[in-house]
Every structure is written in structure tokens, then in C-alpha cells.
Write a new protein. Structure first.
Length: 588
């Protein structure tokens, strides 16, 4: 019965009392007694009873702990509430908003309210003006206005190496800033694209300051340090220091005291992304402005390598989070994560980065997360992203920030340098030399969208692999696919492989006959395969010609779910070179 409730609640069926009570009436009498008693006695914790409305009177999230005895139970509960990063059996800490907390209460699990991590910060050493503190030690947290000023000051001081852009605004109108660092800001080059992004949980802020310091360090040392110069000459690096400013500056723009995990709508941004296993809206919430801005941003850039920074634990967490599937690149991940942890250990003390499996962990083996950014980037964006947990304290005191910088500096640089290793090259038309958008697929290796795609306008691709021998197939619409066997790769080295594809004699019309839609008719979902890679303006229309929804493609196949559509005939429509093509889809 509990698992049934979790399944329903995770799909956002319980938005009010009446729906919940209806569920209770459908249960067995004994179950109904458990659930109704839980519901009408909102929570029990150490002989204390408090009404839900009083809990959420002054804040939209609650922090609490409870005990569970198995990882299976923990993963079921993770479908409802946001488990804290330091989750370890049997005692677990979690966050919830009013809706998800109500759902948790129905499980009848005793719990204990805990003080919000954001209210525990001490000695923050806020920087309220760029002039009022010496910045050499970076032992402070900037106010929101100082943060903006610092970012644009980087651009002003180093206009040939740094460009700062706002990729969107938060719920409360704060800016989501990214700094682009490279020696060629305006001309596309054959370089890997790397992203560092921090603090999508607003109360996990150690990475916020480390990101700012990394920007400063790279720019200041470009001329004098050959290693730094090599990075910015050969990599297009993007850094987003603060992905959830509304959560970080919950109290006001001059303090991070009372920072919250969630955004201003009290939504966990790290549960708000499309999920490989659980679909478009695993948390039951609409995509937040911050989520939409980030998805649009990553689509427009096309990153090859990335990491998102958190705190509350110390570990490098590699894919997957949502399921127990073994990633195709497991050996590569183990090598790169071990390198990160080892360097952090060498450059620190006090057993830093030695927890879990010597500083690294598989996400799902730790605890399950649905709708996380890491899995979104790996699955939907064909990128390679890991989650970096920087400190046990969600927001260390200002005086401790230099320690975390020194411990992680070499690791952060080494991960960027990994972006130039592996297999890379440029794919072009054999006759015209025109750059091509192609899929690079490794036979008997790639699974779960692990294939990569080349980038326009250069046609460059970047495939990260551990030492071995591989067979690769390069394919593009209107071109004959090419398979290359016995391609050797060595760890921490680069294998260059440029490829030319020959245009085939098939017309676009003939290629569209390869489009397959199955099963037909369908009850819940259909697979659409064989979509031309040049297809654009893809959408689903109903029989009357009205738009049902636009469709975003990543590759040549997609799964379409019925969602709230009624039974009937629909049309899968796309355009190639301005010509419309369509094929019917029938849902029962």
C-alpha cells in the first residue's frame, strides 16, 4: 500500500485534502486508519504535534530527519522528498515543501524536525563592497550586488578572455550569469566546450565562491602560467557560479543567512529536469524559470564535459542517479573521478575526499535521484557531467574557504584538461569540405544515449574513452555512414580522427520512408525511429491541424507519451529543407 501511495503521489495526484481522503476510503480499513490518522494528526516527532500550516507559515520548505532500514525504502521515499546529500542509513535528512511533506506524512514514518541548514551559518564574512575587504584570501561570501559587480568586472578587466552573459532570470528576477573564458570569444574554434555550474541548491554555497575564485585565478594567471594559457587557448570554458540566487539570498541581497535549498517557488531545481527513467516532469512540477534557462543555454552551446557543484558531503558522484544501469563509460568515469579525488587528497589534509569509495561514488548506489541535472546532461545533452560535493558543511565559515580552494584547485584544472583527451576530430562533406552534423556511435559499446554528436559550424566532435580499441560509426542524413574499426585510445592522451562522408544518392523523400512509428495503435506511448537528422520544426498535431506540442529532438529517435491527450489520430510532422513531412500516429 505504501508503494502504491508513493507511485500516485510522485505523479502529483494529491494536491488537496479531498483527493487524499478519497484515496484513504479506497484502502483496506486497517490501511485507511493508518493513513487518515497520519493525515489528521499532521506529524509526530518526540511527543510534539504541530499543524502543517504553522510549519510553513514563514517558509516554504521544511528540514527534517527520519530513519529507514533499507536502500529500497530510501529510494521509494526519494520519489517524494528531497534527500540531503549526506544521506546515510539508518538516519536520513531531507527537505520538503508543503505538498511533498503532506505526502511524506501519509507514510506514517516517525520523524524529527531539524533546524534549517541555512539558519546555522556563522561567521559568514559577507562582502558588501568590492572596496571594503582585501580579496586575496577569498575568505568571504559576496552580497548579490557585489556578485554581479565582480562578474562584470572580470569582463571589463579581461575583455579578450572573458565574456559575461545572463542566460535568464529567476522567479524573483535575479540574473543567472555565466562567464565564457577562452582566447577566442567571438570566433568558433575546434575546441571542447566545458561547463562548471554551482549552487543549484541555494544553501550549498562553497562552490559559489570557489567558482568566482577559479575565474579570477584563470584570468590573472593567463599571461604568466603556461598551464593556464594552454587551457584557455584550447578549451571553451563556461562558469556559472550561482544557479539559484533566489535560494541563496532568501533573506535579502546582503546576506546568505537563512538561505534555502529550493527556489522562490519552493521547488527543488535538482529534481526539476526531464529524467531518463521517469519522464518529462518527475517531480510533478512545471519546469522552473531557472530550469528552462539552463536547458535553453545548454542546447545552444552543446557542452562536451561538465560538472555541477554541491555541498553537504565530500565526494565525486558519477552517473547514473536515476537508475542502476551501468554507464557505457564506467571505466572512463572511474579513472577520471579517481584522478579528481586523488589530487584533492594530495592537496589537503584531515582525510578530505576519503569518504565513500575513497572519494568517489556511483549516484544510484548512494541514493536514487529522479529529475537531476547530472542525468539530464548525460542522457539528453550527450554530455559527460558529474556531481561534485565539496564540503560537509553546506556553507563553511568564510575562514575555511581558502582550504577548499587549495584542496580542489588542481582537481578542477585536471578535469578541464580531460576535455582535450580521448577521441576527437572534424567531420566534413567529402566533396565540398562543408562541416557536418553527425552522430558518432561506438558499436557494441554505446547505450542509454551515450553516443555523441559533432558541433556546427566546425563539425568537431569529442568522445571521452578509457584505454582500448573501438569501432565507430559516423552517420548523417543524406550521407553514407562510415564505420572505422580498430581505433586505439589511451588514457590521458588524444587520438585525432578526421572523417569525410560521401553524400548518398537517396532523396530526402526516399529517406523519410525509413521513419518508423510503433506500436500502432498505441495505448500509452510510441517509439518514433529513423527521423532524418536534418529534421527541424518538429511537432505533434491533432487531426484538426491544431498544435498539440512542439518536439525537441536529440538524435534520430524519440519516445512520445500520450500524456493528457484523448484517443484518436495525430500527426508527427517535421521539415527538411523547408519541405513538410508527416506520418500518422494513433492513440487508443
Amino acid at each position: 500500500m505504501i508503494s502504491e501511495f508513493i507511485k500516485l503521489s510522485s505523479n502529483s495526484f494529491f494536491y488537496d485534502w479531498h483527493v487524499f481522503c478519497s484515496f484513504c476510503l479506497k484502502t483496506q480499513p486497517s490501511d485507511a486508519k493508518i493513513y487518515s490518522s497520519t493525515f489528521f494528526l499532521p506529524f509526530f516527532a518526540t511527543a510534539q504535534t504541530t499543524r502543517i500550516d504553522s510549519i510553513f507559515k514563514n517558509a516554504g520548505e521544511v528540514y527534517f530527519s527520519f530513519e529507514v532500514n533499507s536502500k529500497v525504502e530510501l529510494n521509494s521515499i526519494s520519489k517524494i522528498v528531497s534527500l540531503d546529500h549526506g544521506a546515510k542509513l539508518p538516519k536520513v535528512f531531507a527537505y520538503a515543501n508543503e505538498r511533498t511533506f503532506t505526502q511524506f506524512l501519509a507514510l506514517n514514518i516517525p520523524y524529527t524536525p531539524e533546524a534549517s541548514p541555512g539558519s546555522q551559518f556563522k561567521e559568514l564574512n559577507m562582502l558588501l563592497s568590492l572596496e571594503d575587504k582585501q580579496q586575496d584570501n577569498w575568505d568571504f561570501y559576496p552580497s548579490y550586488d557585489v556578485y554581479l559587480e565582480m562578474m562584470y568586472a572580470f569582463e571589463d578587466q579581461y575583455p579578450d578572455l572573458c565574456k559575461v552573459t545572463s542566460i535568464g532570470s529567476t522567479v524573483d528576477g535575479r540574473e543567472l550569469l555565466v562567464a565564457k573564458l577562452t582566447d577566442s570569444l567571438t570566433v568558433a574554434q575546434n575546441e571542447p566546450k566545458v561547463l562548471y555550474t554551482s549552487s543549484m541548491h541555494g544553501d550549498e554555497i562553497s562552490g559559489f565562491v570557489l567558482s568566482l575564485r577559479l575565474i579570477d585565478f584563470l584570468l590573472k594567471n593567463y599571461e604568466s602560467d603556461s598551464e593556464i594559457r594552454s587551457i584557455l587557448n584550447n578549451v571553451e570554458l563556461w562558469i556559472n557560479p550561482l544557479a539559484n540566487p533566489d535560494g541563496t539570498y532568501r533573506n535579502n541581497n546582503n546576506s546568505i543567512f537563512n538561505a534555502s535549498r529550493y527556489n522562490a517557488n519552493w521547488i527543488d531545481l535538482n529534481r526539476n529536469y526531464p529524467d531518463p527513467e521517469d519522464g518529462p516532469h518527475p517531480d510533478g512540477n512545471p519546469y522552473q524559470p531557472e530550469t528552462i534557462a539552463f536547458m535553453n543555454f545548454t542546447d545552444s552551446v552543446g557542452f562536451d564535459l561538465s560538472s555541477n557543484f554541491h555541498s553537504g558531503a565530500v565526494v565525486a558522484n558519477y552517473p547514473w542517479d536515476t537508475w542502476s544501469n551501468i554507464t557505457a563509460d564506467l571505466d572512463w568515469w572511474l579513472q577520471v573521478m579517481t584522478q579528481y579525488a586523488s589530487l584533492a587528497q594530495q592537496n589537503s589534509s584531515n582525510d578530505y575526499f576519503s569518504q565513500y569509495e575513497n572519494g568517489i561514488t556511483n549516484g544510484n548506489e548512494w541514493y536514487e535521484v529522479a529529475g537531476g541535472r547530472q542525468d539530464y546532461m548525460n542522457y539528453y545533452e550527450h554530455c559527460r557531467e558529474f556531481t561534485l560535493e565539496l564540503s560537509d558543511d553546506k556553507t563553511p565559515i568564510g575562514a575555511d574557504l581558502p582550504f577548499y580552494w587549495e584542496a580542489n584547485k588542481a582537481s578542477l584544472l585536471a578535469y578541464i584538461q580531460q576535455s582535450v583527451f580521448g577521441l576527437r576530430g572534424v567531420v566534413t562533406d567529402s566533396l565540398t569540405g562543408e562541416a557536418l552534423l553527425v552522430k558518432v556511435f561506438i558499436e557494441n559499446y554505446d547505450i542509454d544515449n551515450s553516443e555523441v554528436y559533432s558541433h556546427l559550424p566546425i563539425g568537431n566532435y569529442h568522445r571521452y574513452l578509457s584505454s582500448g580499441v573501438y569501432s565507430l560509426t559516423f552517420s548523417a542524413d543524406e550521407y553514407v555512414s562510415k564505420t572505422l574499426n580498430n581505433v586505439s585510445i589511451l588514457n590521458n592522451e588524444t587520438t585525432f580522427l578526421d572523417v569525410q562522408l560521401v553524400k548518398n544518392n537517396l532523396t530526402i523523400e526516399e529517406l523519410t520512408t525509413q521513419l518508423k512509428i510503433y506500436p500502432q495503435p498505441a495505448r500509452d506511448f510510441v517509439f518514433v525511429a529513423g527521423i532524418p537528422e536534418l529534421a527541424n520544426n518538429v511537432k505533434l498535431m491533432d487531426a484538426k491541424g491544431s498544435l498539440v506540442r512542439p518536439i525537441k529532438l536529440k538524435g534520430t529517435s524519440i519516445v512520445l507519451t500520450k500524456r493528457n491527450m484523448s484517443a484518436g489520430q495525430y500527426y508527427f510532422i517535421y521539415y527538411v529543407n523547408g519541405v513538410q513531412y508527416s506520418k500518422p500516429i494513433i492513440f487508443e
